[in-house]
Design a protein around this ligand. Sequence first.
Ligand SMILES: *[C@@H]1O[C@H](CO)[C@@H](O)[C@H](O)[C@H]1NC(C)=O
Ligand SMILES: *[C@@H]1O[C@H](CO)[C@@H](O)[C@H](O)[C@H]1NC(C)=O
Ligand SMILES: *[C@@H]1O[C@H](CO)[C@@H](O)[C@H](O)[C@H]1NC(C)=O
Ligand SMILES: *[C@@H]1O[C@H](CO)[C@@H](O)[C@H](O)[C@H]1NC(C)=O
Ligand SMILES: *[C@@H]1O[C@H](CO)[C@@H](O)[C@H](O)[C@H]1NC(C)=O
Ligand SMILES: *[C@@H]1O[C@H](CO)[C@@H](O)[C@H](O)[C@H]1NC(C)=O
Length: 475
Amino acid sequence: MRPQPRDEVQMIWIKMSQKKKFLILLLICTVSLLLHNGGHLSWTIDHFRCATLRSPIAPGLKPKHTNIVFLKTHKTASSTLQNILFRFAERNNLTMALPKPNCGHQFCYPQVFSSHFVHPHTLPPNMITSHMRFNKTALQRLMPNDTIYITILREPASMFESLFTYYSRHSGSFRRVPNGSLETFLADPLQYYRPEEADSMYARNTLTFDLGGNKDRPASDVAYAQAFVADVEKTFSLVMISEYFDESLVLLRHLLSWNLDDIVYVKLNMRVESSKKSLSPSLPAKIRSWNSLDAYLYDYFNASLWVKLSALGLDCVAKEVDLIRQAQERLTKSCFGGQMPVPRSASEIRNKDLRPWQPSEKVGIIGYDLPVNISHEAKELCLKSIMPEITYTQKLLHSQLLRHHQILLSRTSQKSNIPQQPMRTTLSRHSQVHRSQPPPSNAQSPGSTTKSKFTPNQGEGISKSGPKQSNTNAL
Ligand SMILES: *[C@@H]1O[C@H](CO)[C@@H](O)[C@H](O)[C@H]1NC(C)=O
Ligand SMILES: *[C@@H]1O[C@H](CO)[C@@H](O)[C@H](O)[C@H]1NC(C)=O
Ligand SMILES: *[C@@H]1O[C@H](CO)[C@@H](O)[C@H](O)[C@H]1NC(C)=O
Ligand SMILES: *[C@@H]1O[C@H](CO)[C@@H](O)[C@H](O)[C@H]1NC(C)=O
Ligand SMILES: *[C@@H]1O[C@H](CO)[C@@H](O)[C@H](O)[C@H]1NC(C)=O
Ligand SMILES: *[C@@H]1O[C@H](CO)[C@@H](O)[C@H](O)[C@H]1NC(C)=O
């Protein structure tokens, strides 16, 4: 009888020497290892692993995080992120803590932040994003205890060149430089720089200053730089990097469990090419040595950004960055009639709300105008996406004051008309607001002495932190 094929294999195996058996086993192991780490199989595994990354909806099933401190730094693409946060807050009826009118559109910068700078009708807040000099203690008291802290840094050489141009007229340190030459300034900075002068923070270690640190600590004090970085790392769950803005957004989206739609943006506040200078080769080193604390911060957090990106998987990150850019292009095209927008100088922009702030006639800050024939549906999103910071801040403040006023009115009318009903049940803003009727004074409701006195910054009803709030203290 002929042996079955299987038996033949068995016979061969039995006849083989130990050494040959060992070599064959080794071969099998190697091939299977290669399959798992190299070729096709690994692609399938990656694809599976990236499935949550690639999905345009929130990664995981966690609720979206809504309580955020974004420390907005200068000249770092921070306005773009602020715009994203403004739109998210508006869309979700969240409360954005905004500056009091006498602080301008910033929290009385460059003073150290204090809760006194916050408009009382924008409390209690979910988010805070306007320029400030960081004060951790004050913010921790102001914000909900599950607040996530984020900030953004930019490479010191290009950042300093940008600051030098942008604040050439504002900062005394820069005004003093003959011919406005960056080279001249860097040849001997101490000749022009006055640490105690107003606006000196734009001329040295601006990032460190914004983060609440001491911008004038000498470069030799390495211990200070290390301790400062450690403190920043302890407080901030994510330090974004301007040069890798979209990659940083990927990390942000995961940290907050937001959707892809929540982070779509149009680039804002860029200078016209003609006012950008390319740095001569010796300047970056000089800038880094003059801004040594910022350079230390940047290098540290750029490295830690890449550690975080690697942990997500660089290939997966690249795929998600691609999705972000596609969504960004779709938004931009829907706003500007199928073409990429033409950047305009402020004077060319018809819609006054869309004119960006001009620091000086020397610097051309680019803005955008919307086409006149834009569709009605696209208009609101487009308008908000390209609205400059100061205009948007004013609009947000206006709508929050209105909301605050309506809540106040509905409470007082509830109090006098239906005194038995417990207060602060729902936000029935529309049905029970009687605008024409003046709010009754406290004296008119003598029976309701308990819980009746309303204080302006009480405002629990304003915050929608209830349903959307998550208790994820991610990272
Ligand atoms: C926000 O408030 C408006 C007006 O009160 C309401 O119509 C809308 O449904 C709310 N949106 C969300 C997401 O809560
Ligand atoms: C930061 O805020 C806290 C609390 O409001 C305040 O006591 C402290 O003086 C502030 N820090 C600085 C440096 O102003
Ligand atoms: C956060 O605040 C809530 C109530 O305000 C409290 O119940 C909770 O224990 C606090 N959580 C932490 C981590 O402090
Ligand atoms: C400033 O510019 C003028 C004319 O362009 C030139 O003559 C002068 O040498 C410059 N000064 C310095 C300090 O570079
Ligand atoms: C940021 O860090 C990455 C990874 O270490 C490095 O490749 C890159 O050159 C750094 N970028 C800058 C602008 O220093
Ligand atoms: C709007 O006008 C531009 C230029 O006039 C035109 O190219 C575009 O197709 C128009 N878009 C719509 C939606 O009508």
